[in-house]
Write a protein that binds this ligand. Structure first.
Ligand code: FES
Length: 173
């Protein structure tokens, strides 16, 4: 009998986890960015196809690959749905909390799954503008709190992964 305590996921998380939208790589993506660390398995990769509609940069298509948990898959899936047909300015303003709220609220231990998803989006938007597109006024020059949270998450994931590797090697001596 399993001794694991089931996480209090909302029915929406479970529903999207079993039927995620926009899953898989995109061959004609304008930008591809990721957040998290493959070393320990928690990672999301986001693919965006961005087009110009007049002067406005718009997300025409968005897909993702996730190497994370059910919450990460659900957060990434809902995020792609939220940003398709949105301007990059509007997509930029989507917070990890907003994603969590649309999912019916994530358990606190799973907040970082939504933080990684939104972090990948913010990175993708920055990368798009670094590729020679005119930097818009709404894009902050310095990293936002959410972007710094992702960096902290990644450092933590790397430390955890190193600890596990060294622990396993130490244990096998
Ligand atoms: Fe790490 Fe969900 S992605 S626990």
């Amino acid at each position: 009998m399993s001794t694991r305590i089931p996480l209090p996921y909302s029915s929406k998380v479970l529903e999207i986890f079993s039927n995620p939208k926009n899953l898989g790589p995109m061959s004609d993506a304008t930008v591809v960015e990721s957040a998290g660390s493959l070393a320990c398995g928690d990672m999301i990769k986001l693919y965006l196809k961005i087009i110009k509609v007049g002067e406005v940069d718009v997300v025409e298509k968005a897909t993702f690959e996730s190497y994370g948990c059910a919450a990460n898959i659900a957060a990434a899936s809902i995020l792609t749905e939220l940003i398709i047909n949105k301007s990059l300015a509007d997509a930029w303003r989507i917070s990890w909390k907003a994603v969590s709220d649309v999912l019916g609220g994530l358990p606190p231990i799973k907040y970082h799954c939504s933080i990684l998803a939104v972090g990948a989006l913010k990175r993708a938007i920055r990368t798009y503008y670094k590729k020679g597109n005119v930097m818009p006024e709404w894009l902050p020059k310095d990293l936002t709190v959410e972007e710094r949270q992702v960096l902290e998450e990644e450092e933590m994931l790397e430390r955890y992964s190193k600890f596990m590797r060294e622990g396993i090697q130490g244990g096998s001596k």
